[in-house]
Design a protein around this ligand. Structure first.
Ligand code: EPU
Length: 426
């Protein structure tokens, strides 16, 4: 099994460039299915998940090629309408082909993703939303079979919770529906905005970008697309937290500082200095001074955007294990997103869990030490890297395929900042 071996206690210094956003790339790639033709996407990160999405598109007849960060997708031919279990089980975001397939041919058969390491994560809001647009759905042998007669019908769709991929799926399904669709309590994540920009550039009529109420006036057809994936705010946030934990001065380049309002506020609350520039941040962190830190604990509560992202909770918790005092961390989005806690405890962290709350008491240097640990999901893996950077000694992280789902060349990027980190392939 491939693993990461890293030695802690070394400050990070220098500049790191942010890749394109995984969670924006996936829906934008899926959106290319709406219109038969040639689409061009720039700044697509080369990750396990984007490769899986290419496989899903391939099974539907798409031909593609990649030149650097640019992916060319030819969706002229649609040879099927099914996303099989083998692919959906490795990446639940494969369900994003439901909306585009319904828009294009009124038919889709997609395996239900099942639970995952961070929670049950059903897709009932997506399914209910499609039904409100006139789609019939049947659950058979683990698959959702969705079909519609003719064009989908615009309607009002309300989500109990703002769902990111649910909003994206409904947007993609409704752009070519007849009449108007209103999505209430829609997700406002920047990745949704990126998708809206692509759809609008293809001729879709969508109002309410960045708000929780999206109005889509259906059009008969969309044109081919050329779009650019936004920088990955979660990757940027991960490097900011890593620099805060390791100490040093790091510039995180090629990001959109406006996309991380809550993280910046919380990091400043710990006493860390962050300068915001147009497309970068510079973070300066004191690191350890005589075994302890000039880093205060702060509390966080994960929330839909623009609240604190659940995708940065594990990384922030790793930072809090090194701060002075007690930090209370509430996870409100996913019911099981504390799998990293047991691994952080193996490195000496003091964390107590009570339901969806984790209480973290910061430790001094020397009390946190490297250990062999296991990655359980993507963001948990990143939190173990951060904990390893702040701990003393060697940390060995196994199951790094989780990390490779969502971080482009993390070890290489960290190494350029001075981290003693390597990937060992077995
Ligand atoms: N939910 C339902 N039913 C649904 C849909 C969602 O109950 O039909 C619940 C979920 O279980 C959760 C909440 O609603 O409690 C919000 O989930 P959401 O649907 O927004 O999550 P998602 O769209 O499946 C995306 C990201 C996740 C990120 C979440 C929350 C992509 C491909 N994935 O998932 O990213 O954590 O939004 O921001 O965009 C990651 O990158 O590590 C990752 C897990």
């Amino acid at each position: 099994m491939d693993k990461i071996i890293l030695e802690g206690g070394v400050p990070l210094n220098g500049t790191v460039a942010v890749s394109g956003s995984k969670n924006a790339a996936l829906p934008l790639m899926a959106a290319s299915l709406i219109t038969p033709g040639r689409h061009v996407l720039h700044n697509v990160p080369d990750l396990r998940d984007t490769r899986t999405m290419l496989k899903v598109l391939e099974t539907l007849g798409t031909r593609w090629s990649r030149e650097g960060g640019t992916v060319y997708l030819d969706t002229s031919e649609l040879t099927g309408a099914e996303a099989p279990y083998e692919l959906v089980k490795t990446m639940r975001a494969s369900v994003l082909v439901l909306g585009p397939l319904l828009a294009r041919v009124g038919l889709a058969r997609v395996s239900l993703p099942g639970g995952c390491a961070i929670g049950a994560r059903p897709i009932n809001y997506h399914v209910r939303g499609f039904e409100q647009l006139g789609v019939k759905t049947v659950l058979e042998k683990g698959y959702v079979e969705a079909s519609a007669q003719g064009r989908l019908q615009g309607n009002v769709v309300y989500f109990d919770n703002p769902t990111v991929t649910g909003t994206e799926n409904l947007l993609m399904a409704s752009v070519t529906a007849s009449g108007t669709t209103v999505i209430k309590n829609a997700a406002r994540e920047p990745e949704v905005g990126n998708l809206i920009d692509m759809l609008v550039s293809m001729g879709a009529e969508i109002e309410g970008r960045d708000s929780d109420r999206l109005t889509v006036h259906g059009v008969e057809r969309l044109a081919e697309a050329e779009a650019t994936i936004i920088p990955d705010r979660i990757e940027a946030g991960t490097y900011l937290i890593a620099a805060a934990a390791a100490g040093g001065e790091v510039t995180v380049q090629g990001c959109i500082p406006d996309h991380l309002p809550s993280l910046v506020e919380k990091l400043r609350g710990t006493g860390i200095q962050i300068k915001e520039h147009d497309t970068s941040f510079t973070v300066t962190s004191p690191g350890w001074t005589e075994g302890s830190r000039n880093l205060r604990s702060v509390d966080i509560r994960t929330m839909p955007y623009p609240g604190f992202p659940t995708d940065l909770q594990a990384q922030f918790m790793a930072l809090m294990t090194t701060a002075e005092g007690v930090s209370v961390i509430h996870e409100t989005i996913f019911e099981n997103r504390f799998m990293h806690v047991a691994e952080l405890q193996r490195m000496g962290a003091d964390i107590k869990i009570d339901g969806c709350t984790a209480i973290v008491t910061g430790k001094k240097r020397g009390e946190l030490c490297g250990a062999p640990v296991m990655a359980t999901d993507l963001r948990a893996s990143a939190s173990l890297v951060i904990a390893g950077l702040a701990a003393e000694g060697i940390t060995e992280i196994s199951r790094i395929y989780h990390l490779e789902r969502g971080y482009e060349n993390m070890a290489e990027k960290m190494r350029k900042l001075g981290a003693r980190i390597k990937v060992v392939r077995e």
